[in-house]
Design a protein. Structure first.
Length: 281
């Protein structure tokens, strides 16, 4: 299902949502403007009075019970951008025993649901306070993302796209997963930018912006800093309303399970915390 919506006239900023560069066409009406005009100018046939009352109109559609359009179990969203040890954290959450199944990168799922994700994000970008957003938009968000919710309900850890990282606004994720916890990993900014460059230039088929690292060397770092600033502000806006559900942790604190275990209220395992997919930048 693609949720039908019309884009609002807001300034485009692909970095705000950290989504792929694939363009998404706007929703259009069934009839082109010229067709609508020609219909308006056409002579109208005289209206014939029916010999009997017309059949009653069908009953209006019953509103969806959105209480079932949720991820019903506790989940963890690793919410910081890519190349911030998110894979490491996702696997650590499973190792702690508070998660069982981490949904790794699902590019096709992100592309298939991108129009719905953008519609939900647009609602959330207009909100300042998470509780107010939940009160007024939870049902709407759940209906918009109903198909995505069905596709991901079997997972309880999200460390990559589409629901991990920063593709979906934290308010939106809290609306579709009420029992959710969020983790933001702080990696030193310059080290993170260097790591992103290595990753993007090593995967040019995925990251169209990789060309700017050489053609416009100041552009991509500027975009990344701006994107990070926006998304950490959104994370902290959620944390102000749900402080027990949000954790900020440094990469240097991932040498062991101490801080993660304290966040979940469990005992840390004796085994070392293994690092995955993190280069030195």
């Amino acid at each position: 299902m693609i949720w039908p919506f019309k884009r609002k006239s807001v300034e485009r900023d692909d970095e705000r949502d950290n989504v792929p560069d694939t363009p998404v066409p706007d929703t259009i009406s069934d009839a082109a403007p010229q067709d609508m005009a020609s219909k308006a100018e056409a002579p109208q046939e005289p209206v014939q009075k029916p010999e009997q009352d017309p059949a009653p109109l069908a009953s209006p559609a019953v509103r969806t019970d959105t209480s079932k359009l949720v991820i019903p179990h506790p989940v963890t969203f690793v919410a910081s951008p890519y190349k911030t040890a998110t894979t490491t954290v996702g696997k650590a959450v499973v190792a702690l025993g508070v998660g069982k199944r981490d949904m790794l990168h699902r590019g096709p799922l992100l592309r298939d649901h991108l129009p719905a994700i953008k519609a939900a994000n647009t609602l959330a970008r207009q909100a300042r306070f998470a509780p107010v957003f939940m009160e007024h938009h939870t049902d709407e968000v759940r209906e918009i993302l109903a198909d995505l919710i069905k596709a991901v309900r079997k997972f309880d850890v999200f460390s990559d796209a589409p629901l991990g990282h920063a593709h979906v606004h934290p308010f939106v994720r809290k609306a579709i997963a009420p029992q959710s916890k969020f983790i933001w990993v702080h990696r030193p900014v310059e080290e993170w930018i260097s790591s992103v460059r290595r990753w993007e230039e090593g995967h040019p088929e995925t990251y169209a912006r990789h060309v700017f690292w050489t053609s416009d060397p100041e552009r991509r770092p500027r975009e990344l800093r701006r994107m990070r600033k926006i998304h950490v502000q959104r994370f902290r806006a959620l944390a102000r309303a749900y402080p027990d559900d949000c954790l900020e942790i440094k990469v240097s604190e991932l040498e062991d399970f101490t801080k993660l275990a304290a966040f979940y209220g469990v005992e840390p395992p004796e085994a070392p915390l293994k690092r995955y997919n993190v280069n030195s930048g």
